[in-house]
Design a protein around this ligand. Structure first.
Ligand code: SF4
Length: 399
């Protein structure tokens, strides 16, 4: 498996596969061939939800003079495909095809899926668990053993970006960009939960408010961390900030949580998919929930079997979750879904403590199941806005 630095990336929302990936592809072509004009053709999910996901905006920002075609065709190789043509003096000098494979990663047609260096010798949770038990390592120590020396520094930077996206999200009110007229709720929710806690000593966990804050930042094109994607970027920071506030974990411990969550996300990315266009929302929100559950368990020093169960539980109960963003905006159901998944991650981790020794499903098994379930989902339910809430919202609205 590759470094977790390839999983955690800092970028502009609202969608790692629809904004960060295309942005990277356009930058590559611009730097390599420096044309005077460009033509970009978007296929599949990139075409169907490109407007709501602001794909056209980011392409124009990078390439300047560019014609963008939203093709009705889909390409078998990948649901997120784009062609970039480069012109100089009105002559076509180069055409390349790119696949935006999730989490902001791109693959150029003809190149292998992973062009980055392998840093981990193990590719399944079972292999990692066996190694950790033999070597008496926690999952975060496992990460530090194989990553390069600056990994803690890198994760510290990731945590700083997460915290500032929460802070920015909590400071804003008003309507999110786009036709849906969705009201920002993070700030208000944070205020209400705090009041409830003051009155009753307990209440809805603040993790939900933090998840709202980050997801609203993402929806408005703000800077977030892919954890593992932009669409699911609220869950892990929401849980970690809650843990820091309520259990006073220092930043060094939070970084251990990020390391553990990173290895969980990496396993899903390597063995299945973290792309909603490829495998539905289970691949994005389900994976993020699993990462956050594992991080919570790591911080409370649960043993590796309990961490595995927490991660497995969190992913298993997202199996089959479809991706159906209304009008292609990463707003409904995405923002609320981040908040619910943050709460679910905490619950999964708590439940795992009691039941880890009686489970029958391994983390590796649920990851494989997720991939096959995703492939079985009709394309309607894989980030095309042609099924689910995206359709029924419009039907109800037009009655
Ligand atoms: S429904 Fe899920 S996978 Fe689809 S855009 Fe929203 S968060 Fe991403």
């Amino acid at each position: 498996m590759e470094s977790i630095k390839e999983l955690y990336k800092v970028g502009r929302g609202p969608s790692s596969s629809h904004t960060m990936g295309p942005e990277k592809a356009c930058n590559y072509m611009k730097l390599k061939y420096s044309g005077d004009r460009y033509k970009v053709t978007l296929y599949g999910s990139l075409s169907l939800t490109g407007l709501g996901h602001l794909t056209d905006k980011v392409i124009k920002e990078v390439l300047g003079e560019v014609e963008i075609i939203f093709s009705p065709d889909s390409i078998n190789e990948h649901p997120n495909t784009m062609d970039i043509e480069v012109y100089k003096d009105d002559v076509l000098i180069r055409t390349d095809r790119f696949y935006s494979v999730g989490g902001g990663s791109i693959v150029r047609d003809g190149e292998s899926k992973s062009t980055t260096r392998t840093v981990y010798p193990h590719n399944t949770f079972d292999q990692i668990k066996e190694y950790c038990k033999n070597e008496n390592l926690t999952l975060s120590e496992y990460v530090y053993r194989f990553e390069d020396r600056n990994i803690k520094f890198y994760l510290r930077g990731i945590w700083d970006v997460m915290k500032s996206s929460i802070k920015r999200g909590l400071s804003k009110e008003g309507i999110l960009p786009g036709e849906l007229q969705v009201l920002r709720k993070g700030k208000e929710l944070h205020h209400k939960i705090k009041l409830l806690e003051l009155k009753h000593g307990t209440g809805l966990k603040l993790a939900a408010a933090y998840a709202y804050a980050v997801s609203e930042e993402n929806a408005s094109g703000g800077i977030v961390v892919t954890a593992p994607t932009c669409g699911a970027s609220g869950i892990l920071p929401g849980v970690l900030q809650y843990l820091q506030d309520n259990h006073l974990f220092k930043d060094e411990k939070i970084i251990d949580g990020l390391a553990t969550a990173g290895i969980i996300g990496n396993l899903v990315k390597h063995n299945a998919s973290i792309s909603g266009a490829e495998a539905g929302c289970q691949a994005e929100i389900g994976t993020a929930c699993s990462m956050a559950a594992a991080a919570n368990s790591e911080l409370f020093k649960h043993n590796i079997d309990t961490i595995e169960y927490a991660a497995e539980l969190a992913l298993e109960h997202h199996l089959g979750l479809t991706c159906d963003p209304i009008l292609g905006y990463v707003q409904i159901p995405c923002i609320e879904r981040n908040a619910v998944a943050a709460l679910r991650a905490l619950n999964a981790s708590e439940l795992a403590v009691f039941l880890y020794d009686s489970r029958k499903i391994s983390f590796d098994a649920v990851v494989e199941t997720m991939l096959h379930t995703g492939r079985d989902l009709r394309p309607h339910y894989r980030e095309t806005s042609e099924g689910g809430l995206a359709v029924y919202y419009n039907k109800v609205k037009s009655k």
